[in-house]
Structure formats: C-alpha cells, structure tokens
Design a protein around this ligand. Structure first.
Ligand SMILES: [Mn+2]
Length: 362
C-alpha cells in the first residue's frame, strides 16, 4: 500500500486516485478473509512499498489489520519485505507501529520469529539486513516435530528461479530445500500468483503494481493443510493495458498526438491504466509537439503513461546528496537504487558492494 503516488489526480481522501484503488483492493481482500474465517492469516511482506509510508497509509493499514486480527479475531502474522524493511536497524520498521494490535504477530526485526497459533508453529522470517544474515536465519528454520503443523512465511526469490526476481537490489534468495521442510511455505516478493513445487506458493499482490502485471489475476490464496489444497481468490482491480507501439519517425508533433488519441479511443481507455510507447522521437517531432493537446489527452484517461524513446540518447545525472554515513554497503545499495544505471548490471554491482563494503564494516 502507498504505491500509485505518481498519478497526478487526487481523490477525496487526499491520496492519488491510484493509491485509493490499491487501498480498496487491500480492503476487499480483508473483507473476503473475514468472511472465510481462516484459522490463521499470513502476510508475506512488503505491505508497504517503502520504509516510510505516508501517515495516512499507515493509519489505513492499522485500521484494516485491527479489523482483521483484533475485531474479527483472525490470528494474523505479518513480516517485513525488502521494500518496507529498514536499511539501518535504528530506523525501525513501519510494521512496528502495528505491534499493539492484539492477535497480530509482527516479525520485522530482520530475524526469525516463531509464533505458536493453535496446533501450528509459524516460522516468520522477514527480510534480513544482509544476505549473510538471511542464510544464518534460514538455517534456524527447522520444523518442530512435536507440532501438528509447521508453516513458513518468508520473503524473497526462490534460488535458481530468477523469474521470481523483481530486479530489486535488496532481494534475497530462499533455497528450495528450506521450503520442502514445511507443511506449507507462504512466499512474498513476487507480485503474481504462482504455486512453487508441492507445498509453497507466492500469493502475489492484491493489486497490479506495474504494467508487466497487466494480464495477471490479483488476489490472495486460501490454503488447507491436510490434505494440502491451495485455492486462489481473485480481487478485481482496475484494468491495465499496453497499447501497440507507435513509430514517430517522420511525424509532425500534431500528427503524433492524433495517432495516440486514435489508439486511446479504440482501446476504450477512459477508466484504465494505459501505457503507450512511442519510438523514434526526433528533435523535430519534439519541437512541434502540442504540449496542451498532450495534457488534454492525459485528462481523458485514468492514468496515461507516455514513454518517448528518443532517436538520440540523453543522459540524466544522478544526484548523490547523502550526508549521514551508516553501513557502507547499505548506503551504496541505496545510492544504486536512485542512480540511473541504464545498461549496467545492477545485480552484479550490488553483489560486489556487499562483498567489498560489507566486509570492512559491520
Ligand atoms: Mn519484495
């Protein structure tokens, strides 16, 4: 929750209309879960898309989790993911604010916490500060043979399955053999619903967070443990579409706007989130582009993302405005996230930073 801040229009709540959408999907999921009355509800991380969500978003999260755990009495376990885990421990996690909610179990300290709920032991392993920490904590994920059920809830990419990477710098790997020890493993990080092997699953996010998710159903999963059965519940969200690419070569600006408009009308796009990619934009086309007509087009669509690919490259200079120095490797990772790294291997830079900078400080 909190994502969608780049949409310009604001709703009555003061949030952007897209932020309101994403909140509404989460609330719809809570409604359905309360109806289903499960023995336990698990959230596998990244409830928030950043370490410091808006106070309003934090308040909505508290209200909804209070409704689910305290009022409806559904024991709920939530962990932090790579987006909402603090990079330095002293900052604290936004989930810490939710700790006073009764019947809500929060794991947000970068270490494994084990909660006993009825006949189930829930191993809650949140995002850790470093890959090394994560590996140590994974070794402690040993099911309790005395417990009827042992369930794992964690956040990251399954080792050897890069298709579940979100290309985030902080993401960590989860070895498959750890998953196989448990009666069920609830996984977070990847945004789409996917069943992994026999007893693990990414439930995915409750709404679409990038254009890459345009054709994916969104929702949550209901899991029965004995025998194991996974059932996906879909939450209908706003439609997201990618229009055919437009070639701007040889077009005047006004002709180009006309082409875009034609596509928008054909796709019935007023209430949709739309991406249009325009290739081969020359300085001539750019000069004659009627800015007001373009702005008027944006008014007619819920959200219009116009991506112009110029025929000439233009470099943006990255800002490096940090004064406080914490852990060097983590500071460098934050810098990498903001820098324009087009054409560079982000993952390799991050790995090198962890190897060299992580050794000297810790
Ligand atoms: Mn994540």
């Amino acid at each position: 929750m909190g994502a969608g801040e780049h949409v310009s229009r604001r709703g009555e709540s003061g949030l952007t209309v897209r932020q309101e959408d994403i909140v509404a999907s989460f609330v719809a999921a809570v409604d359905r879960i309360i109806e289903l009355r499960p023995d336990i509800c698990l959230h596998a991380g990244d409830l928030f898309h950043q370490v410091r969500p808006l106070n309003r978003i934090l308040a909505i999260a508290a209200e909804q989790l209070h409704r689910l755990a305290a009022r409806a009495g559904i024991p709920t376990v939530i962990i932090s993911g790579n987006h909402d885990a603090p990079r330095q421990a002293y900052v604290g996690a936004p989930l810490d604010v939710l700790r006073p909610i009764s019947n809500l179990h929060v794991a947000a300290r970068g270490e494994l916490e084990i909660f006993t709920i009825g006949s189930c032991r829930v191993f809650a392993l949140p995002h850790c500060l470093s890959t090394r920490d994560m590996h140590q904590q994974l070794q402690a994920c040993i099911p309790d043979p005395g417990s009827t059920y042992n369930v794992l809830v964690t956040h990251g990419v399954i080792a050897g399955m890069p298709e579940f990477s979100m290309a985030d710098l902080g993401e960590t790997e989860i070895p498959r053999d750890v998953l196989e020890r448990f009666d069920y493993a609830a996984l977070g990080h990847y945004h789409n619903y996917r069943v992994i092997g026999a007893r693990a699953c990414y439930a995915g996010s409750t709404d679409r967070l990038s254009i890459a998710e345009r054709d994916e159903p969104k929702g949550f999963v209901e899991v029965e443990l004995d025998p194991l059965r996974i059932h996906f519940h879909e939450i209908a969200g706003r439609a997201m579409i990618d229009l055919p690419r437009i070639d701007a070569t040889g077009q005047r600006g006004d002709q180009l706007v006309e082409l875009i408009e034609k596509q928008l009308v054909a796709a019935d796009s007023a209430e949709k989130i739309v991406r249009v990619r325009i290739d081969g934009l020359s300085p001539e086309t750019l000069k004659t582009l009627p800015v007001q007509a373009l702005a008027a087009l944006k008014e007619r669509v819920f959200s219009l993302d116009l991506q112009f690919n110029r025929s000439e490259g233009e470099e943006a200079s990255p800002g490096f405005g940090r004064s406080a120095i914490g852990r060097l490797d983590l500071g460098f990772m934050e810098f990498l996230e903001q820098a324009d790294l087009t054409g560079l291997d982000k993952k390799r830079l991050a790995d090198m930073a962890q190897t060299y900078l992580g050794q000297t400080e810790s």
